[in-house]
Structure formats: structure tokens, C-alpha cells
Design a binder for this molecule. Structure first.
Ligand SMILES: NC(=O)c1ccc[n+]([C@@H]2O[C@H](COP(=O)([O-])OP(=O)(O)OC[C@H]3O[C@@H](n4cnc5c(N)ncnc54)[C@H](OP(=O)(O)O)[C@@H]3O)[C@@H](O)[C@H]2O)c1
Length: 305
């Protein structure tokens, strides 16, 4: 496993992070097994949100961690807040209450990184700043960041928030390439030339903000995995061939494709299977060439101008 300095903050996280959005169906024992498989493979960072499984994901993780020999201080736990049933809420009261709930469910005194989950257009940046000040001063939150935000939204927050925003979680993977499409198709009439995120990739690179790609093996909006999906035949053939070459699974090659980008992104994988966690961690050992990176991009159905 490789490790990165997230957003240049000094917070060290594994290059591959384990997302916990789907663990609500697992027992405490199964989650303990998943945590063990992750840490054995060098994955020391875990992604949560207050809403995952209606709180059950954080709860079962907290209970399971207590059963393992893994010490809280040896892992990095991040969670997200700001999505409520039917609306988004970055009010100071909600941010405070959400963190209290997450800490209780996770059975911890602090989260290493707190992300604002999805932009709230009714946000008052000063309220976010006040809540962050309180939470960081109290030691309940060590670092802050965002998720699904474009550069202008980040700028708006950065004008008021006193802590550095160290991460931006965005959907990115071989079957969801919007982050790179617009940069590759600048000033063309092709579909890929449409800027959907305001240039988030280039902005985050310039500002040293770590991009954490989510749903890396999914197509559409978490519509299912492209692995083994007949709609992605060429991509699956390429991934299988490369997997055979590297002695890794096609899924690991798909994650290595993300790690190959010089933006030094930190993919969040969402499997609930210990064996798959170990396989995916292998992605950090695979170095794809420039030619292979582009070949996979094209095999996923993308065209270059
Ligand atoms: N910030 C945001 O807005 C946002 C949105 C969505 C997700 N996230 C984060 O991103 C994380 C990952 O999202 P995701 O779960 O959609 O990611 P993913 O890794 O793309 O998908 C995981 C799903 O694919 C399945 N899968 C099928 N074949 C697989 C294989 N060979 N290897 C691995 N998985 C395979 C898994 O099933 P098995 O469990 O059976 O392996 C699981 O259901 C979430 O846990 C969450 O932390 C963030």
C-alpha cells in the first residue's frame, strides 16, 4: 500500500480508502472481518456519512472496531454531513448535531476528517465557518473538506472558513469520466467537452486539494458495477488482459487506472467482501503506462478528439 498526505495537511491516509456506505447489512462480526482484511492489506482509512444506512453503517463500524485489535489512533476515520431527508442542510446547528451523532455511533472522540456531503445552496458560509471553528477547537474534528463541490463553491467556502479544505469527494471511475472528459475535449463540439464540474480536477490540483473518487466501479449514478457488465464488453476484456499481466483482478486494474492520474487521487472502494478488499488494495502496486491509461479510457467508450 502507498500512503498520501491528504491535501498537504499532514493527515496520512492509505492511497486506497474503504467506503462504508453498504455495510449496514453486515453483522458486527462481518464488519470486524472487513476492517481486519483492510488493515492487513494496508488500507487504514475508512469513509462514512451520517446518513449511510440511516446511521447503521457508523454504528456497526463503531461496534465492530471495538471487537478488533485495531486501535482507533492507527486508523483514519472520515465522515460526512449535510444531507437530510428531502433537503441539504449546512446550518451550524445541523453540522454540530450531525457530528455529535456520528461520534456517538462511531464510538470515538474525534473524526480525522469531516466532509460537507453535497452542496446546500441555502448555505451561509459564515455559519459553516463558525461550526467548523467550534468542532475543531473542541477536538471533535481534526480536518475539514467537502464532497461534490465545484471550484466556485469551494472558493465561496474558502473565503470564510479558517481551516484548509483538504479533500473534495467526487464521482470518478472508468465508467464515469466527466472529471477528465472536459479537459480532454476543450473547445470541441463533442459531448465530452461539456464542463460539468467547473474544472474541479484542475482547480483541486492547483490548490493541493485531494480528490477522493467515489463509486469507482459503478456506471451511471451508482447504477451497478461495470465489471462483468455486457454493456462494457471492450473495457472488461482490456481489464481482464491487464489483470492477467499484473497478476491482479480486473477491479484492481480499474482502481490502478485512477491512481495513475498525477492528481494523486485517493479512490474510495465500496466492497463489503474481505477477499475483494485485499484484491483491490493490490491496485496501489500497479503502475500503468500512459498508453495503457488512454487505452482503458477509450475501451470504456470514450473518444479522443
Ligand atoms: N460523496 C458522495 O456523494 C458519495 C456517494 C456514493 C458513495 N460514496 C462513498 O464511496 C464509497 C464507494 O461507493 P460504492 O460502494 O458505490 O463503490 P464501488 O466500489 O464502485 O461499488 C461497490 C459495489 O460493487 C460491487 N462489486 C461487484 N463486483 C465487485 C468486484 N469485483 N470488486 C469490488 N466490488 C464489486 C460490490 O459488491 P460486494 O460488496 O458484494 O463486493 C459493491 O456492491 C461508499 O462506500 C461511500 O463511502 C460517496
Amino acid at each position: 500500500m502507498k500512503y498520501i498526505d491528504i491535501g498537504g495537511s499532514g493527515l496520512r491516509g492509505s492511497a486506497v480508502t474503504l467506503g462504508c456506505m453498504r455495510i449496514d447489512q453486515l453483522s458486527e462480526g462481518e464488519v470486524a472481518g472487513l476492517i481486519g482484511a483492510a488493515t492487513d492489506a494496508g488500507i487504514t482509512m475508512f469513509d462514512h456519512a451520517d446518513i449511510y444506512g440511516g446511521g447503521r453503517c457508523e454504528e456497526v463500524f463503531g461496534a465492530a472496531l471495538a471487537r478488533t485489535t485495531t486501535r482507533r489512533e492507527d486508523i483514519v476515520v472520515q465522515t460526512k454531513c449535510g444531507i437530510r431527508p428531502g433537503f441539504f442542510d449546512f446550518s451550524a446547528d445541523h453540522l454540530r448535531a450531525s457530528v455529535e451523532g456520528s461520534l456517538r455511533r462511531l464510538r470515538t472522540d474525534y473524526v480525522d476528517l469531516l466532509l460537507l456531503h453535497r452542496p446546500d445552496t441555502l448555505m451561509e458560509p459564515d455559519e459553516v465557518a463558525a461550526a467548523f471553528d467550534e468542532l475543531v477547537t473542541a477536538g471533535k474534528v481534526r480536518h475539514v473538506g467537502v464532497s461534490n463541490q465545484n471550484p466556485a463553491q469551494l472558493e465561496l467556502l474558502r473565503a470564510r472558513v479558517r481551516q484548509p479544505l483538504i479533500a473534495n469527494q467526487l464521482q470518478f471511475g472508468l465508467a464515469h469520466t466527466a472529471l477528465v472528459d472536459s479537459g480532454l475535449n476543450v473547445n470541441t463540439g463533442f459531448e465530452g467537452g461539456v464542463v460539468r464540474d467547473g474544472g474541479a480536477l484542475e482547480y483541486c490540483r492547483l490548490q493541493g486539494i485531494t480528490i477522493q473518487p467515489w463509486s469507482v466501479l459503478q456506471h451511471g449514478h451508482i447504477a451497478g458495477t461495470f465489471l462483468g457488465n455486457p454493456d462494457f464488453r471492450e473495457l472488461n476484456e482490456e481489464l481482464a488482459a491487464l489483470g492477467a499481466e499484473y497478476g491482479a483482478t480486473p477491479a484492481a486494474v480499474a482502481v490502478a487506472w485512477i491512481l495513475r492520474h498525477p492528481a494523486r487521487m485517493q479512490p474510495v472502494v465500496g466492497t463489503t467482501k474481505p477477499a475483494r478488499v485485499a484484491e483491490l488494495a493490490r491496485a496501489a502496486d500497479i503502475e500503468l503506462s500512459r498508453e495503457t491509461w488512454y487505452a482503458l479510457y477509450r475501451a470504456a467508450g470514450n473518444r479522443l478528439p
